[in-house]
Design a protein around this ligand. Structure first.
Ligand SMILES: [Zn+2]
Length: 135
């Protein structure tokens, strides 16, 4: 198999509910997402996929959906307050962990027709989570 990986960085804020650790407080991350796309054969340009296409599709979505936003569980009491202040929020039906954000990006990439096999999101320079089709 051929494989290419595009790296995209973004910032997000979140907090974890029902969790006893420092991440229960609102805070932010400078995250780096790695999107791996894989194909068995190359296209007419001898490419798996043009890096600029991955960037346009995924970064375009990240920029408008989660970059510089609070990513919160939908029943977080902060949601209403932030919305009243006109602050953008991205809501999930479960705790907004980096694992969940990796899956979110993976699922978006899939809906856009990218043959994505793995999304890794670095939450800090030493911690990442990934979501992939592999077991
Ligand atoms: Zn965090």
């Amino acid at each position: 198999m051929y494989s290419v990986t595009k790296t995209i960085d973004f910032c997000y804020g979140h907090r974890l509910l029902d969790y006893d650790g420092i991440c229960k407080h609102p805070h932010g991350h400078n995250a780096v997402a790695e999107i791996e796309v894989r194909t068995e054969t190359l296209d007419s340009r001898n490419m798996v996929c043009d890096f600029s296409d991955i960037k346009r599709i995924i970064k375009g979505w990240i920029d408008q959906a989660i970059d510089h936003r609070m990513v919160l569980r939908q029943d977080d009491p902060l949601v209403e307050l932030l919305q009243q202040l006109g602050e953008p929020v991205y809501l999930l039906d479960s705790n907004p962990t980096v694992e969940r954000i990796a899956r979110l990006i993976f699922e978006y990439a899939s809906t856009q027709g990218l043959p994505v096999v793995r999304v890794k999101v670095w939450e800090t320079p030493t911690s990442f989570a990934e979501y992939s089709t592999e077991s």
